[in-house]
Design a protein around this ligand. Structure first.
Ligand SMILES: Nc1ncnc2c1ncn2[C@@H]1O[C@H](COP(=O)(O)OP(=O)(O)O)[C@@H](O)[C@H]1O
Ligand SMILES: O=C(O)C1=C[C@@H](OP(=O)(O)O)[C@@H](O)[C@H](O)C1
Ligand SMILES: [Mg+2]
Length: 169
């Protein structure tokens, strides 16, 4: 069985959308870690943040990813903050093809309004503060096996390029 593919990158770059497309195209199991956590707790991520705090969410993230990264053949879309935790980074780098979806600030900022509602990390921040976070997070995604700059590509095209790059069919 093939290694799992773990998709990383900043919030809103397209990890969930592209992961789902990849799983359809490759006929592989798709796990969106945030959705799994939401399903398990029957709560939206933003409500988990409000009720239990970010630390609890990060612990859950680590538990779920440590399990799923070791399941061969899975397409795994991570949350944008997952690689803040060294343990998550280590298990993914060892067990998966880690694909970093990148995006320029200019393109990303056009998505800002639609992203705000479901992403507690962005809430109550000014555009300038979000831009700072965007810059700071670049170092978090430094460890990866493949990087793809998504600017100007549709979700479908991004999925197709990943398949080509990883020589998957
Ligand atoms: N390549 C793309 N071009 C245009 N819009 C995109 C692209 N990838 C994702 N989007 C849009 O951006 C939003 C966030 O996508 P999502 O897959 O949830 O990102 P993530 O999981 O990285 O946070 C969605 O509305 C999605 O349709
Ligand atoms: O970057 C982050 O800290 C987060 C990203 C989110 O996932 P997406 O990257 O899929 O939006 C989600 O895990 C949570 O809101 C925290
Ligand atoms: Mg997502």
């Amino acid at each position: 069985m093939e290694k799992s593919i773990a998709i990383i990158g900043f919030m809103g770059v397209g990890k969930t959308t592209v992961g789902s497309l990849l799983s359809e195209k490759l006929n592989r199991t798709f796990i969106d870690v945030d959705k799994e956590i939401e399903r398990y707790h029957d709560m939206k991520i933003r409500d988990i943040f409000t009720a239990y705090g970010e630390k609890m969410f990060r612990d859950e993230e680590k538990k779920f990813i440590s399990y799923y990264a070791k399941q061969p053949g899975t397409i795994l879309s991570l949350g944008g903050g997952a690689f803040l935790q060294e343990e998550i980074k280590d298990v993914c780098m060892a067990q998966c093809h880690v694909v970093f979806l990148d995006i320029s600030w200019e393109i990303w900022k056009s998505r800002i309004d639609e992203l705000m509602e479901d992403r507690p990390v962005l809430r109550n921040k000014t555009t300038e503060e979000i831009r700072q976070l965007f810059e700071e997070r670049k170092s978090v995604y430094r460890d990866h096996h493949e990087r793809f700059l998504t600017d100007g590509y549709t979700e479908e095209q991004v999925a197709d390029v990943i398949i080509e790059r990883l020589s998957l069919t």
